[in-house]
Design a protein around this ligand. Structure first.
Ligand SMILES: *[C@@H]1O[C@H](CO)[C@@H](O)[C@H](O)[C@H]1NC(C)=O
Ligand SMILES: *[C@@H]1O[C@H](CO)[C@@H](O)[C@H](O)[C@H]1NC(C)=O
Length: 217
């Protein structure tokens, strides 16, 4: 029982995600308001936009969040947004987000540039003010998405990925299976431990039945 408590405690710690500052400068967007708030997908990008595409359970994302909050606070001329890919998958699928976090810069001349420099406040600031001009980027092809109407991914691996994402990532998925196994083992020991006689009886009845049905054949 003590072990179970420890495992459940561990799970709770893993689940406790760091999140963006309440009422902070980072705009947290979803399928409902991503295009409306940024102009990406409607061709009406009036402000350069820096986006963090993340999953709440990812360690590198949690580590970046405080820096990202500060970056948003100190960067008035750029729209600083964040999209939770586990709840707004339709956005991240379309942007071909393969790893978390992915950082993308969208400019008013309709280009999209992947940010792969260091994740420090200084690098982020200097990128959005001048450094991005040295990168070529690609044309924005994003099409607006509306809430809930995303086409479901069809491939099995996409489905598994989705399942793992929805329960909190590979680590928590693994711990979940472990916990389920331990709970099962405890229940099994509890329910089946004290009733050996009954079990034998059930077994012999099953055997008898098997013999009977053999005979019938
Ligand atoms: C966007 O919509 C979500 C709910 O779908 C809401 O929680 C969030 O605050 C909205 N963001 C902005 C900047 O309006
Ligand atoms: C960053 O991206 C650029 C352009 O996409 C690429 O040329 C460069 O090698 C990348 N740098 C790193 C460190 O991945």
């Amino acid at each position: 029982m003590q072990k179970l408590v420890i495992v459940l405690g561990l799970l709770a710690v893993l689940c406790a995600a760091h999140s963006f500052k309440e009422g902070g400068a980072v705009k947290q967007l979803t399928v409902e308001n991503f295009t409306a708030e940024t102009g990406i997908g409607s061709g009406k990008l009036t402000k350069n936009t820096f986006g963090m595409f993340y999953a709440p359970w990812c360690g590198h994302c949690k580590k970046l969040i405080p820096t990202y909050d500060e970056f948003a606070e100190k960067t008035a001329d750029v729209n600083v947004v964040a999209v939770d890919c586990t709840s707004s998958r339709a956005i991240c699928d379309q942007l071909d987000i393969k790893g978390y976090p992915t950082l993308l810069f969208f400019t008013t001349d309709n280009k999209q540039i992947k940010y792969n420099k260091s994740r420090t406040l200084e690098s982020l600031q200097s990128f959005v003010s001048t450094d991005y001009k040295q990168e070529t980027g690609v044309d924005i092809t994003f099409q607006t998405v509306s809430g809930g109407s995303s086409a479901p991914s069809s491939s099995i691996s996409a489905q598994i990925h989705k399942l793992i994402d929805s329960v909190g990532g590979p680590t928590i998925f693994g711990v979940g299976i472990l916990v389920a196994f331990i709970v099962f083992a405890i229940l099994f020991a509890f329910l089946c431990g004290g009733s050996n006689d009954e079990k034998k009886q059930t077994l012999s009845t099953d055997e008898d039945n098997a013999k009977k049905s053999k005979k019938r054949e």
